[in-house]
Design a protein around this ligand. Structure first.
Ligand code: BG6
Ligand code: GLC
Ligand code: GLC
Length: 931
């Protein structure tokens, strides 16, 4: 009985599946899913470390910005030379992308030649290695009859980690795989290649782009599949890249759009992060490599090492008597005798075992059937671990993309290349399967790059070439908006000259320099009830103020009325009847109709005043074109309209420009406020001018001018009067022609007042959106924007309001948000379009702010010189949405003033709807003086 048992035990032992023995032996290499998830999480946190500016230096996963910002969009074309260096073979190629009629098959045509590189060169002097590369290129050009004279753009696939500050520059961080040429580390490899090409001579080649093989692979595959946002190599080395949000890449300025990041993941584990999964065989492989302690992950995964891992395991098992009856051959003891190609052959479905046997026999071993099964299984475990680790890395990358996009489930394609993935029969299947288990919510499509990476490298270069030429054209257009310091000085000088001429009332001056008959700042003694009315663009505002010793404790009540847009262009009487009706309603509403309260009337248009309460409208501005008003006294027009109602009387005590109202309310807070600036729908400035410099025209007929302003005041002691410059008129006689762009001409010609208010049309909210729209139209017609399609939306006047400029130019506004603003306006834009639109908005508003700054500088230096001061402290009261809401306008304006007026220290005091309070203060002042 016992004997039977013994026999059956022995029999069963003999029958034991040899794979079980290997499984037990290689237990540490069989990573289960929980371990892989854990590795994946460590990987993800290392990626984050690599992206962040603070920690990137210490990160093993380097996360190198590649400066490739988009995947192929189908518009790439051209002929390119490419060099593919760093994989198992070195190749020179000529790639034609949609260059000739008749190119079918993926619309890319390639010719290539492989050039062997002697081992000595890979480990010798760097310059000699690059010379070899460059000489191979020349040989290729000659052999393929490609002109040596014609200039050829060249893309360089260089499959080693490089720190790139642009597409055409890259400092080598470290060699990996089988290369360790001297004198290249830390150097720019593009420059090294250029120098070698120069040394070789006789070629006309421009190296436009350098890319990692992962990036080039992603691009190659992206040509077929727009979803391809990841590039993977499992070849001699291993690595992956993916499209990351720019806002997460600390090392690159800007936060808009995406950029491809080369993870250079081979170095994962170099800091010990994989300690718990590393085996003695990994340590042995590492110790025997030419870069011990580095590329730990790569050494567990890639083709350069898999065969060696198998050999070391088999050797150990043989030594322990677990294989070949304990027999070990010299060949088995020799490094490199089992290659990754052997491992792939062992796992072939049909001939795997047969191949294993002949491989082992080639190593002078005499394997049994079980030995063959066991060795084959060692290969399986080693290569399975490789695909498992790659899956863990990929899962981390895909999780990052998923989180970036805030998606629960998503589809993505991964472009793959490399001999392991391509030639190992089971590898792809295993990788796909594990990845699916690790990331079930993600549908991944793997696209094999059959044609290598050069197609992608050429596409990157094509995009770079196109973008460079587009950018140049966009820059040319936008350069018209960029003003130099000298130009701003000239604008300042012209503003000053315009002011002087206007004050002297010489001929038709561009600046009207209208006296306001306002002499004093408010003094805080104002008391009693006053009204203020303000005719704005599309509305009319009424205010009742009850001053109790100035503004401090004043009570304010207001109401806003709509002005129907058609009234801006209709008969004058209708407009004033409407205003009278609003006034009537307000007085009823406040219950003050018969109190006969004094009123200030803000009429924010150029009025030639002959007294504080009288002034004729010189001309309409800001889109108004109401008839029968120009040349008439607007106070009288309002009073006549009120008379026509036969209901009440209104005592219009002061006619006030909005700038003057603004200045007065700010002067109440800050006595140094002697300038009032409006940058809203219109653009204008007022300031305190010396009476001796002002020529005025009197109320009663004396149209001669030349009357000393002081006499008109009746107040002998005052020295200054507020002047409404109406600076918007600068340029009407051509003084701005040298800075005016074609878009400005369009805006002017399509306005209701062509050739008028030229400065206003460059600086105010009513026009900036239109300047932007015309510039976008221009760029679109040049084919640089919106794919060259001029849509109805883009042709619609007024579609881009200035408030959108303020939104679009916000610093941290992601491109997608810019796109959605444009989309809402009916402008369908790509990310690249959005970048250009933002640039246009920036150029237009920057110029506006600078011009206002130049204007202010002219004004304050004039005041300073009037007073013979070397240094002048002054406050400018400011109102207007452009100033208040635009993210950069106020800063640029202030900066310009600082630079152009170094002898002035200027405080800008924003006025919160102060103009009406200012008008009431003026009214109170006039009243109290009369009493
Ligand atoms: C090739 C690409 O197909 O694959 C190379 O053209 C890349 O750019 C290589 O480096 C990676 O695989 P391997 O196995 O050749 O290292
Ligand atoms: C190595 C290189 C890496 C390259 C990879 C695949 O890991 O460091 O840049 O992409 O090999 O070739
Ligand atoms: C226009 C008017 C001017 C006004 C300015 C701001 O330029 O002509 O009077 O001050 O707009 O509203």
């Amino acid at each position: 009985m016992l004997a039977v048992h013994l026999v059956s035990f022995l029999f069963s032992k003999l029958q034991e599946d040899p794979t079980k023995k290997v499984d037990r032996f290689l237990h540490a290499m069989r990573l289960h899913d929980d371990q892989l998830r854990d590795i994946s999480a460590r990987f993800l946190s290392e990626m984050k470390k690599g992206l962040s500016a603070q920690s990137s230096a210490a990160a093993t996963v380097k996360m190198l910005p590649t400066h490739v910002r988009s995947t192929p969009d189908g518009s790439e074309k051209g002929q390119f030379l490419t060099l593919d260096f760093g994989g198992s073979v070195f190749k020179v190629l000529h790639v034609k992308v949609r260059e000739e009629m008749g190119i079918r098959r993926g619309e890319v045509e390639m010719e290539e030649k492989t050039y062997p590189i002697p081992k000595g060169l890979l480990e010798g002097k760097g310059s000699e290695l690059f010379d070899h590369v460059s000489e191979s290129l020349k040989d290729f050009l000659q052999e393929k009859n490609i002109s040596l004279e014609k200039k050829h753009p060249l893309a360089f696939t260089f499959s080693f980690p490089c720190e790139q500050s642009s597409l055409s520059q890259g400092l080598l961080l470290s060699w990996s795989k089988n290369v360790r040429a001297r004198g290249v580390l830390g150097k720019d490899v593009v420059q090294a290649l250029r120098e070698a090409i120069d040394r070789t001579g006789g070629m006309n080649v421009e190296v436009l782009a350098m890319v990692n093989d992962t990036v080039a692979t992603m691009m190659t595959c992206g040509f077929e599949d727009r979803r391809c946002e990841v590039g993977l190599i499992v070849g001699t080395g291993t690595n992956a890249c993916y499209m990351e949000e720019l806002r997460h890449i600390d090392l690159v300025e800007g936060d808009e759009g995406r950029m491809c990041v080369n993870t250079d993941w081979g170095a994962f584990g170099d800091d010990g992060a994989l300690k718990d999964v590393i085996t003695e065989y990994d340590r042995e492989v590492d110790a025997a490599s030419n870069n011990a302690g580095r590329q730990i992950f790569e050494k567990m995964v890639s083709g350069m090492y898999l065969g060696e891992l198998v050999r070391l395991v088999v050797l150990k098992m043989a030594r322990l008597g677990l294989l070949f009856d304990g027999h070990v051959s010299d060949a088995l003891k020799t490094k490199g005798k089992i290659t990754t190609a052997h491992v792939a052959a062992m796992e072939e479905t049909k001939n795997g075992l047969k191949n294993t046997r002949s491989i082992l026999m080639g190593l002078n071993l005499t394997p049994s059937q079980n030995d063959c099964v066991a060795v084959q299984h060692v290969g399986t475990i080693v290569s399975f671990r490789s695909s498992n680790l790659v899956a863990a890395g990929l899962a981390a990358i895909l999780t990052q993309i998923q989180r970036n996009r805030n998606l629960r489930t998503f589809r993505v394609s991964v472009g793959v290349d490399g001999t392991v993935y391509k030639t190992h029969p089971q590898y792809p299947k295993r990788l796909h399967k594990v990845l699916k288990r690790l990331l079930p919510e993600c549908r991944v499509r793997f696209i094999l790059s059959n044609s290598g990476s050069s197609k992608g490298a050429a596409l990157v270069t094509a995009v770079a070439q196109r973008l460079a030429s587009q950018k140049q054209k966009v820059d040319e257009t936008l350069s018209l908006f960029r003003l130099s310091y000298q130009q701003l000085q000239v604008v300042k000088a012209r503003m000053r000259a315009g002011m002087e001429a206007g004050l002297r009332r010489e001929g038709r001056s561009e600046l009207k320099m209208l006296p306001s008959f306002v002499y004093n700042s408010p003094d805080g003694t104002e008391h009693g009830k006053y009204l203020a009315f303000d005719l704005r663009g599309t509305n009319f505002k009424a205010l009742l103020v009850n001053f109790k010793n100035g503004l401090q404790k004043a009570e304010l009540y207001n109401k806003i009325y709509t002005i129907p847009p058609e009234m801006m262009q209709g008969p004058g009487a209708e407009l004033f009847d409407h205003i009278a009706e609003c006034v009537s309603d307000f007085l009823d509403y406040m219950g003050i109709k018969n109190l006969g309260l004094p009123a200030g009337f803000i009429f924010p248009f150029p009025c030639k005043q002959t007294a504080i309460d009288a002034g004729t409208l010189v001309c309409w501005t800001k889109g108004f074109k109401t008839t029968d008003c120009e040349g008439h006294d607007v106070v009288k027009m309002l009073q006549e309209a009120i008379k026509r109602r036969k209901e009440f009387e209104l005592d219009i005590t002061a006619l006030v420009n909005d700038t003057v109202g603004t200045m007065m309310s700010c002067a109440y807070e800050d006595p140094q406020c002697e300038v009032g600036l409006i940058v809203g729908a219109g653009s204008n400035v007022c300031y305190m001018e010396e009476l001796r410099n002002i020529e005025t025209e009197q109320r009663d007929g004396n149209e001669e001018g030349g009357t000393d302003g002081a006499k008109t005041t009746g107040v002998a002691e005052v020295e200054r009067m507020c002047i409404n410059t109406e600076w918007g008129g600068l340029g009407e006689a051509g003084s701005l022609d040298d800075i005016i762009t074609p878009s400005d001409v369009e805006v002017d010609q399509n306005s209701v007042n062509p050739e008028k208010q030229r400065f206003e049309k460059l600086t105010s909210g009513m026009y900036l959106g239109e300047v932007v729209r015309h510039t976008l139209l221009d760029l679109t017609r040049q084919g640089l924007l919106f794919r060259g399609r001029v849509t109805d939306a883009l042709k619609t006047p007024g579609i881009i309001q200035t408030k959108y400029l303020s939104q679009i130019e916000r610093d941290r506004l992601a491109l997608l948000q810019v796109r959605s603003i444009l989309q809402r306006l009916g402008l369908d834009s790509t990310c690249d379009d959005s970048i250009i639109v933002k640039e246009v908005c920036g150029a237009v508003s920057h110029r506006a702010a600078q011009l206002c700054g130049a204007g202010i500088s002219a004004v304050i230096d004039k005041i300073r010189e009037n007073r013979g001061l070397d240094h002048f402290d002054v406050t400018v009261g400011v109102e207007g949405k452009l100033y208040k809401l635009h993210p950069h306008f106020s800063r640029v304006l202030q900066e310009t003033v600082r630079v152009l007026s170094p002898q002035c220290r200027v405080t800008f005091l924003p006025s919160e709807e102060g103009r009406m309070k200012g008008a009431a203060l003026i009214t109170a002042g006039v009243r109290q003086m009369k009493m």
